[in-house]
Design a protein around this ligand. Sequence first.
Ligand SMILES: Cc1cc2nc3c(=O)[nH]c(=O)nc-3n(C[C@H](O)[C@H](O)[C@H](O)COP(=O)(O)OP(=O)(O)OC[C@H]3O[C@@H](n4cnc5c(N)ncnc54)[C@H](O)[C@@H]3O)c2cc1C
Length: 484
Amino acid sequence: MQQSNPDTETFLAQFSDILLAFDYKERPEGHLPEEVWKQLVDTGMYLPVIPAAHGGRENFAEISLLLEKAAYHNLGLAMSMNIPTLLFLRNVMLYANVTTREEVLADLLPHGRMGGFAVIEPGVGSGSVTMRTFFEQEDDGYRITGSKHWQGFSGAAHWWLIAAKDKAGGAAGDKVSFFIHKRAAGGFTTTVKYVPIGITLMDYGVNELDLFVPAYRKLELEQMSFNAIFLLTSPSWGQWTAMGAGFLTRIYEEAFRYAANRKVPAGYLLEVEHVRYRLGLIAACRDVCRALLAYLLQDTEINTQAPSDLFPWQVMKVLAADSMIAGALHYQELCGGDGCRYQAESNFSAQAVQDAKGFAIFGGSNDMLYALLTHYCLTAPGADAATDLLQLVENYAPVSSVAAVLEESGPIPDVPKSNTAMVICGRILARLFAIVVIKRFKHTIPLETTAVIAATTYCKQEIAALLLNWSVASAITIKQEVPA
Ligand SMILES: Cc1cc2nc3c(=O)[nH]c(=O)nc-3n(C[C@H](O)[C@H](O)[C@H](O)COP(=O)(O)OP(=O)(O)OC[C@H]3O[C@@H](n4cnc5c(N)ncnc54)[C@H](O)[C@@H]3O)c2cc1C
């Protein structure tokens, strides 16, 4: 572990050369080399999520700023740093006993190791009821058997945080527990390698589990329902906004540069009005993420504990994911034919789109998480009395201050009941929350008045479109019966 204690600016600057070497312009191919990972660890990548009592920097803002900086250069590199720091090590530091914490740190730091997060399983949808990885007591520990898939660093990670159900509770049980496993102890085997469409610095695949974990390496958490797992993932979700802000800052710069240099019959692309509209859309996506990042840095305090209210954390995840893919697609569109191939000299939009795509899926699918946002709103005190969406929003503290936006945006629907209404309502709630944070942090970011108007208008136009989607969805939804 590093002995020196540089200030944040110096600390972040120490990573600059490594990040530059992985810049989109350099287009490194293949998985993240072990020696680069070791360099990142030696430079102190893990320190912000390690408590001061264990010699760390215990600085949540620093990991956010580091991921923002990394995503500016390469979104995949930022995500590669997010999983071992926030999904693995932070949860070990929060929920493992002191023996496990010291054991993990003693291996991770001097040897440049990485940890992964294993929840999702092949063959079944996400959710603990369908999960088939079980643990059962064996001697002085637990035997864990089952399959996982899509884990970041499937073949490369040295440590695993694994979710498993108690075999005694049977397959139908929905409660899971968590275990820390050292891969070198055996029993975690990658049997199939996946070919992903983006974020190729990480490797993914199917992982077969037949392993033993000593009793002391079970995390000190009550058995959890699947949704409660989000307590473990929410700090990582918050970082979606940091990555979104860094990534979209770069995408805007690249799209602007492309448009300024590309000759077309009208002169340069930048002189075409609709091109400037697209650039404005990318800027709005960027500013939504910047506002949410300002919120993350200033209004959240989770250095030492998990958040009690998941609503804002989930909004940061889903909205940053939507903003990243929307911004990247506008960039790709502006690049015309050259945006439809990899390794073009003029742009890296094809890779940017591929890298951004997965963000709506991993960490929990956006559709599912949007429906959950609505669930939080529907179960807030006083929500029972609401008869329509406006009253529901007026009652829900995170968004009540901008309830009037709904009235301006279209016909007010009833309180959501169907699955589609729940998902669409969640999308609306997330954008209302974005308007709240844009208003609140416009001076912190700082945003010029025109940028505030543009980002707010962008959210409002999405809300208006979503209200329309809601009113016509039943005419589009297919009437397929569920197969017996
Ligand atoms: C690049 C990448 C990296 C990943 N990294 C990891 C990792 O490190 N560790 C790990 O454990 N997993 C990881 N995953 C797995 C990821 O978390 C899951 O793929 C994700 O949670 C979705 O689960 P699923 O694939 O089972 O989709 P399903 O649950 O089968 O859902 C599929 C789709 O159905 C729809 N849907 C499902 N439920 C609802 C609902 N209630 N309402 C509306 N629509 C719904 C949505 O459109 C959803 O996208 C990764 C995945 C990818 C692609």
